[in-house]
Design a protein around this ligand. Structure first.
Ligand code: ATP
Ligand code: MG
Length: 237
């Protein structure tokens, strides 16, 4: 059984249909990417899975639970977390306070403290050096690290990231993709949404190409990288 199974998902904004029946699955331990151009429906898919935008039709099953109509906070308790588009962090709060907010599903104070230290040590030493800095004054790359660190605070079994590489310098893009690989190596299943097809296909077990609210193509990361269609449309080849 897949960890996440999305079946014929249809989402509307008013009378406009943004998702025209999306079906895909993510198996435990995988990195799966949805790639697609602006407006293809990537963010809508993620927000709908997370219970933030209602589905008009179709279903989302996570770890055997039908979560199609479940509110977001309950979904988080099932072990799913997301890093939303635009790396939203609490601008007025410090780095440390932002990480604390990510632990709201946890109760054990000592454990939370240890988790924060682990985020600093294991993944983002740069955040450790800036633990008292107000998040709004961090650089774009540092804010992305913080958004990722905060999502990891609830020990998600499935982590979804919406265009984590957007607007970052090439060096930081590589860093972010390395970090996603690290999270995955340490046991977190990943659903990634990206326009950066080259980098994301390179780290993906499987991927789906989203076009105008539909899945146009799917395959392993390696297969899609070789595909002529993908080369032309997304890899400038
Ligand atoms: N709140 C909204 N109201 C109306 N239409 C919306 C809304 N949000 C998104 N849409 C439309 O739904 C479609 C899918 O948008 P979505 O944000 O999911 O695309 P995306 O693949 O994430 O694009 P991008 O790469 O630019 O982030 C687009 O045509 C968009 O204009
Ligand atoms: Mg988007």
């Amino acid at each position: 059984m897949a960890l996440l199974e999305v079946k014929d998902l249809q989402v509307y904004y008013g009378v406009i249909q943004a998702l025209r029946g999306i079906s895909f699955e993510v198996n435990e331990g995988e990195i799966v990417t949805l790639i697609g151009a602006n407006g293809a429906g990537k963010t809508t898919t993620m927000q709908s899975i997370m219970g933030l935008i209602p589905a008009r039709h179709g279903s989302v099953v996570y770890d055997g639970h039908d979560i199609t109509k479940m509110p977001c906070h309950e979904i988080v308790h099932l072990g799913m977390a997301q890093v939303p588009e635009g790396r939203r962090v609490f601008q007025e709060l410090t780095v440390q306070e932002n990480l604390l907010m990510g632990a709201y599903t946890q109760k054990d104070k000592a454990r939370i403290k240890a988790d924060i230290e682990e985020i600093y040590e294991q993944y983002f030493p740069r955040l450790g050096e800036r633990r008292s800095q107000i998040a709004g004054t961090l650089s774009g790359g540092e804010q992305q690290m913080l958004a990722m660190g905060r999502a990891m605070m609830c020990h998600p079994r499935l982590l979804m990231l919406d265009e984590p590489s957007m607007g970052l310098s090439p060096l930081l893009v590589d860093f972010v993709f390395d970090m996603i690989k690290n999270f995955n190596k340490n046991g977190t299943t990943i659903l990634l949404v990206e326009q950066n097809a080259g980098k994301s296909l390179a780290i993906s077990d499987r991927a789906y190409v989203l076009e105008n609210g539909r899945i146009a193509l799917s395959g392993t990361g390696a297969e899609l990288m070789e595909s002529e269609e993908i080369q032309k449309a997304y890899l400038g080849g």
